[in-house]
Design a protein around this ligand. Structure first.
Ligand code: GRF
Length: 196
């Protein structure tokens, strides 16, 4: 197998997709090594999971940037520096609740992917599970896609469908989609890295 790609995961919260990627990368035939987890929040639950797995972590604290009146470009420059210091080759966004600047995205274009809990292009943006329920669709799901400057709009890598069941709430639907995400994200990352 070719050398494993050095992958970073960017998170802001609980990090269950991050955990799925870390577990997949522990397999011998997985084309990625997770070398770094970066969080935009110091209190992200995912940080402890990453540390317990022996993975280097960094916090680029969005609250600190806000307090110091530093803009999005300054935040993204610090993330970029942390990634470069760790010699990261590929980036996975996993519940990273920040919109990245065009400059950052262009720099990483083709080497940065995201997971979104809907079948894009349907239900872009926030609360896609609630959007799906409000629209009355019978099938929704999740999408792994390349990140481009426009939000939730990059080329699709892989999708998984999830049925909306009678009586579903935002919570129950989100939980079922999340289970599908945990299978889809590692498979999609493997697919992409096997081609690069
Ligand atoms: C997931 O539903 C993901 O698709 C969305 O944010 C959620 C993150 O969950 N972008 P987790 O932090 O991976 O548990």
């Amino acid at each position: 197998m070719a050398a494993r790609k050095r992958v970073a995961i960017l998170i802001s919260g609980r990090g269950s997709n991050m955990r799925a990627l870390i577990e997949a990368a522990q397999g011998t035939d997985f084309p990625a090594e997770i070398v770094l987890v970066v969080s935009s929040r110091a209190d992200a639950g995912g940080l402890a999971i990453a540390k317990a797995a022996g993975i280097e972590t960094a916090v680029v604290d969005q609250a600190r940037f806000r307090r110091e009146n530093r803009d999005r470009a300054a935040f993204d420059a610090e993330v970029d520096e942390v990634l470069r210091d760790a010699r990261v080759e590929f980036v996975c966004l996993a519940g990273f609740m920040r919109i990245l600047s065009d400059g950052f995205v262009r720099k990483w274009e083709g080497r940065i992917v995201n997971i979104h809990p809907s079948l894009l292009p349907a239900f872009r943006g926030l609360k896609p599970q609630a959007q799906a329920l409000a629209a009355g669709v019978t099938t929704t799901g999740c999408t792994v896609h390349f990140v481009v400057p426009e939000l939730d709009a990059g080329p699709t890598i892989a999708q998984a469908e999830v049925r909306v069941l009678p009586g579903d709430t935002e919570q129950s639907l989100s939980a079922r989609i999340l289970e599908a995400e945990h299978k889809l994200y590692p498979a999609a990352l493997k697919q992409v890295l096997s081609k690069t």
